[in-house]
Ligand binder design. Structure first.
Ligand SMILES: CC(C)(COP(=O)(O)OP(=O)(O)OC[C@H]1O[C@@H](n2cnc3c(N)ncnc32)[C@H](O)[C@@H]1OP(=O)(O)O)[C@@H](O)C(=O)NCCC(=O)NCCS
Length: 146
C-alpha cells in the first residue's frame, strides 16, 4: 500500500462513520448509513483508510473478483476534498486491481460523483433515478485498465 494508506481495523469504525456523516446528506442519502455499516462489518478486509498527520481523511474499498474489481464506498472528509486524496485513492485502486489480475473496475457512483470518476477515464453504463435514495441518482460506471 502507498504511504498514508493503511488497512481498516475495527477501531476505525467511528472515524469512518464520521467521514460518512460529514458527507451526508450532500453526497450520501441518509438511508445509505445502515448499508455502509453492514458493508464494513461484512467486508472489513477490503477497506482502506487515508491518513494525513495521523488523522483519517478519506477511505475506500477495493473488492477483487477475478477479471473485474469493484471500488466501494470512496469518501473524503469535506475539509480535505479537492486536495488530491480522491486521485490518490483512484491510483491505489487501479494498482490493487491490476495486481489482482483485473482488467476493469466497476464503480457504483452517484450523479454528483460521476464527473470525478469520468475525469479518471471511467465510462457511464447506466443510471437509475433515485437509485440511492430520494434525489440521489445511481450511475454505474466502469474504468478500463487495458
Ligand atoms: C468524489 C471524491 C471522492 C473526490 O475526492 P477529492 O479528494 O475531492 O478529489 P481530488 O482532490 O483528487 O480531485 C481531483 C480533481 O477532481 C475534481 N473533483 C473532485 N470531486 C469532483 C466531482 N464530484 N465532480 C467533478 N470534479 C471533481 C477536483 O476539483 C480536482 O480537480 P483539479 O485536478 O482540476 O484540481 C470526494 O469529493 C468525495 O468524497 N465526495 C463525497 C463522497 C462521494 O460522493 N463519494 C463517491 C460515492 S460513489
Amino acid at each position: 500500500m502507498k504511504p498514508g494508506i493503511r488497512a481498516f481495523g475495527e477501531a476505525d469504525l467511528s472515524a469512518c462513520l464520521a467521514l460518512f456523516d460529514a458527507n451526508c446528506p450532500r453526497f450520501f442519502a441518509p438511508n445509505e448509513r445502515a448499508e455502509f455499516i453492514g458493508y464494513l462489518r461484512a467486508h472489513a478486509g477490503e477497506y482502506r483508510l487515508c491518513e494525513r498527520d495521523g488523522r483519517v481523511v478519506a477511505a475506500f474499498g477495493v473488492a477483487l473478483h477475478g477479471a473485474r474489481a469493484r471500488l466501494n464506498w470512496i469518501m473524503v472528509d469535506p475539509a480535505a476534498q479537492g486536495s488530491g486524496a480522491g486521485g490518490a485513492m483512484i491510483a491505489a485502486t487501479m494498482a490493487a486491481a491490476r495486481a489482482g489480475g483485473a482488467h476493469m473496475i466497476d464503480i457504483a457512483a452517484s450523479h454528483l460523483s460521476e464527473p470525478f470518476f469520468a475525469r479518471h477515464g471511467a465510462r457511464s453504463r447506466g443510471r437509475i433515478a433515485d437509485g440511492w435514495g430520494p434525489g440521489m441518482h445511481r450511475v454505474d460506471m466502469e474504468l478500463s485498465l487495458d
